[in-house]
Design a protein around this ligand. Structure first.
Ligand code: DAH
Length: 335
């Protein structure tokens, strides 16, 4: 049986629709147009339905053939629309990524947001002065061993000086460092003299909090080892530093004791009509140098340790150490 005219006409129409749909879909420039196309082509009153409404005129053999053909066309159109949609969405996303790219390296436009915390500022000022005197900066771990924090600094087990620096132990041999002095040992182990360093950092002690005490605070350690250094070099360095930091405040050296220096001194500045201790210092004890394998007949030097909070409070007239840690904006904004 030869195909009826109706069958042929429907076949042509389906073929034409196929070409037309492919063309329209590839040219659709946005998702809204694609949606409209889907309705126009495949919707209840769309072009495909329109073509198929003439199927009743077909013979029983022809009808399923056209039906199959129409189903294939429908699937093709669906998948064409799907692919085009994915392409359009990707393009939109790309466009957005390019448009919304933020250049985080761009300089700000003059509005200053936030400022240096007074403790950071004080530490930086101290560092600047010592860098100007030829010192470099060293760092050490906050979790220390008993050896570096005490023993190597001439504070053996059961030495009473350990009581004054009670700290938090993480295990039998590992503790939160009580001072920055262990950096002296760590540095000298790796760097033979002559050397001049400072070591700023956080330190810990078991202490009750009050206006002048905090269990966590900050120190800057100073160490100079060379041939022929004596107490006058220590005094000269400390005086030069204090003058640059505070200006012309009266300063006095007071004899004191530290296990790792001999002789030792504490330094006071006169502030608001009284003497205020600001740092400990001394000539590095020969026993410490010997422990490091250095010949004390050849090498000598001095060390000092200063409390950053103390320097900060004196310089800015802060009455209570706790203000430095409570992040109260009304306080911090004054700096
Ligand atoms: N480490 C001492 C402390 O925290 C301070 C100190 C005193 C450091 C004398 C020194 C020094 O380097 O020579 O109490």
């Amino acid at each position: 049986m030869s195909a009826s005219t109706n069958f042929q006409q429907l076949t042509y129409k389906l073929e034409a629709l196929e070409t037309q749909a492919a063309n329209q879909i590839t040219h659709a420039s946005d998702t809204a147009t694609l949606d409209q196309l889907r309705i126009m082509l495949l919707g209840k009153k769309g072009e495909l339905s329109n073509i198929l409404s003439n199927m009743s005129k077909l013979s029983d053999e022809e009808r399923p053939l056209i039906g199959q053909r129409a189903n294939l066309l429908k699937e093709d159109i669906h998948s064409l629309i799907g692919r085009r949609l994915a392409l359009l969405k990707a393009a939109v996303m790309n466009d957005r990524v390019i448009r919304e790219t933020l250049d985080i390296t761009a300089p700000s436009i003059g509005t200053r947001s936030g400022h240096r915390h007074p403790l950071v500022k004080t530490t930086e000022d101290i560092i600047d002065i010592f860098c100007g005197l030829g010192y470099s900066i060293e760092e050490g771990p906050e979790i220390e061993t008993d050896y570096y924090n005490f023993t190597a600094l001439n504070i053996p087990e059961h030495h009473p000086a350990r009581d004054m620096q009670d700290t938090f132990y993480l295990s039998e041999n590992s503790l939160l460092r009580t001072h920055t002095s262990p950096v002296q040992i760590r540095h000298l182990e790796k760097n033979p003299p002559p050397t001049r360093i400072i070591a700023p950092g956080r330190v810990y002690r078991r202490d009750s909090v009050d206006a002048t005490h905090s269990p966590v605070f900050h120190q800057v350690e100073v160490l100079a080892i060379d041939e022929g250094l004596d107490f006058s070099h220590l005094r000269g360095t400390v005086m030069a530093f204090l003058k640059q930091f505070f200006g012309d405040l009266p300063v006095r050296f007071r004899a004191s004791y530290f296990p790792f220096t001999e002789p030792s001194a504490e330094v006071d500045v006169q502030w608001q009509d009284r003497w205020l201790e600001v740092m400990g210092c001394g000539m590095v004890d020969p026993a410490v140098l010997e422990g490091l394998g250095l010949d004390p007949e050849r090498w000598s030097g001095f060390a000092a340790g200063l409390g950053v909070e103390r320097f900060c409070m004196v310089k800015y007239g802060i009455d209570d150490i706790r203000r430095l840690y409570t992040s109260d904006l009304r306080f911090l904004k004054q700096f």
